[in-house]
Write a protein that binds this ligand. Structure first.
Ligand code: AMP
Length: 430
């Protein structure tokens, strides 16, 4: 073992697992495209103020979880992105996308960084896929992003996920509610912890998010935002629920659901997995009509979006046995060389196979035939192609199917054709 270990809260993803990631990513690309979303890739770090403004100063992320540093001594502080939405909105505003068209549908898959205490399902570097629908604020728009997210889960075969949904109303609704919360919590100064006291002044809604059991008990009796919504806000929420019901997406209304970020308005939602233990949130999102202005836009850019944690999604899939059907693409040929003086000829054949699109491998260390056969079995090759003096002189090669032990002798041309046909048949259907 080397003296170096991966940094706490980060992990390596080895090839077998990478196959699982790529399978999920493929479905994300396919379904997002199907629903009219295009992929965006933004930088891994941004100016720190972007997140301070965009996520909100009273959030845990900005308060204590950002990896920030100075790129040069006199430079502006930058931060490894702890979430994607602020960067995506920044990119759209910077590129003046909204002068070209009012509506933009973007999706992403990318790495994020948060200085949280690492534990099962919680890392310091993790990945999310998500989508942002920018430029329109409507129940149909937020229902569209929820539907895309749920469709990805369904296509992956996931079951037992719980979608909780709530409405946070608009700014006016929340102002009235904020006052009601301050009135309710103020007499309980002895029970409130320091963080909650600070939130009571700055953003009392965030007290509802507290993990402190004593505060949670208080929260249970707190007024509900739902009771402070104006008629138009209620109608908006009901329309979202109507779309979900029409698309047979099951949900539970959870009046206590407030998302960790400040920029949400109206609909907020979260999906949890019973497979995950304490860190059971697999994804979430909502509508964030106020973000663009917060980032200095002179015009409103209403928006909705979601983000799903890739690692937690993969853990859930693994627990539900959803990777069992994953198999490698095409036949896997191991070229076995019988006499070392024919190694260069065997290499030439290997490259011809690869050029024809047939996944193939051969030993590069000059090992014995027995060792090569062992290797072929270890990497679970489907076929072994023998190269010996006989084959070299006649141009006819023996191909052995390792599963059935059946052997056929074919010219190189016929062999390539045969293997290409097998490859086509074995392509997994999405
Ligand atoms: P959030 O933006 O915090 O709602 O995160 C959206 C999703 O990302 C969560 O539901 C998790 O699945 C995932 N996630 C958030 N933080 C972490 C983390 N530290 N490690 C792994 N996954 C995370």
């Amino acid at each position: 073992m080397s003296e170096y270990q991966a940094v706490k809260g980060t992990r390596d993803i080895f090839p077998e697992e990478v196959a699982q990631w790529r399978y999920v990513e493929e479905i994300v690309h396919t379904l997002s495209t199907l629903c009219g979303f295009s992929e965006i890739r933004t930088p891994v770090f941004e100016y720190t103020e972007l997140f301070q403004r965009g996520i909100g100063p009273t959030t845990d992320i900005v308060g204590k979880e950002m990896f920030s540093f100075l790129p040069d001594p006199k430079g502006r502080s930058v931060t490894l992105r702890p979430e994607m939405t602020a960067g995506v909105m920044r990119a759209a505003l910077q590129k003046k996308l909204f002068s070209l068209a009012p509506l933009h549908k973007l999706y992403y898959i990318g790495e994020l960084f948060r200085k949280e205490r690492p534990q099962a399902g919680r890392q310091r570097q993790f990945s999310q896929f998500g989508a942002e629908l920018l430029g329109v604020s409507s129940p149909a728009a937020v229902a569209e992003v929820i539907t895309l997210m749920m469709q990805v889960f369904e296509s992956l075969g996931l079951t037992g996920l719980k979608l909780r949904i709530n409405t946070l109303g608009d700014t006016e609704d929340r102002l009235r509610y904020r006052e009601a919360l301050q009135l309710y919590f103020s007499p309980f100064q002895e029970i409130l912890d320091d963080a909650s006291k600070e939130r009571l002044e700055k953003n009392p809604l965030r007290i509802l998010d507290s993990k402190n059991p004593a505060v949670q008990e208080l929260v249970a009796g707190a007024p509900r935002l739902y009771d402070y919504l104006k008629a138009s806000s209620l109608q908006d929420f009901e329309k979202v629920l109507f779309y979900l019901a029409e698309r047979e997406i099951a949900y539970v209304i959870d009046h206590r659901l407030v998302r960790g970020l400040d920029y949400y308005s109206h609909t907020a939602f979260e999906v949890s997995s019973a497979e995950l233990g304490a860190q059971d949130a697999i994804g979430g999102g909502g509508r964030y009509d106020g973000l663009a202005r917060e980032l200095g836009s002179s015009a409103d850019v209403p928006a909705s979006g979601f983000a799903v944690g890739m690692e937690r999604l993969l853990i859930t899939m693994e627990k539900q046995g959803l990777f069992a059907a994953l198999h490698p693409h095409g036949p896997h040929v191991y070229v076995v060389v019988q006499q070392q003086e024919l190694a260069d000829h065997a290499l030439q054949i290997t490259w011809q196979l690869r050029k024809a699109g047939i996944k193939s491998e051969m030993d590069l260390a000059g090992r014995s035939m027995k060792a090569q056969m062992r290797d072929a079995n270890r990497i679970r090759a489907s076929y072994v192609l023998f190269v010996g003096t006989m084959e070299y002189s006649t141009g006819l090669y023996s191909l052995k199917n390792l599963a059935t032990s059946r052997q056929t002798t074919l010219s190189l041309e016929a062999l390539l054709q045969f293997l290409q046909e097998v490859a086509v048949k074995e392509q997994p259907a999405l």
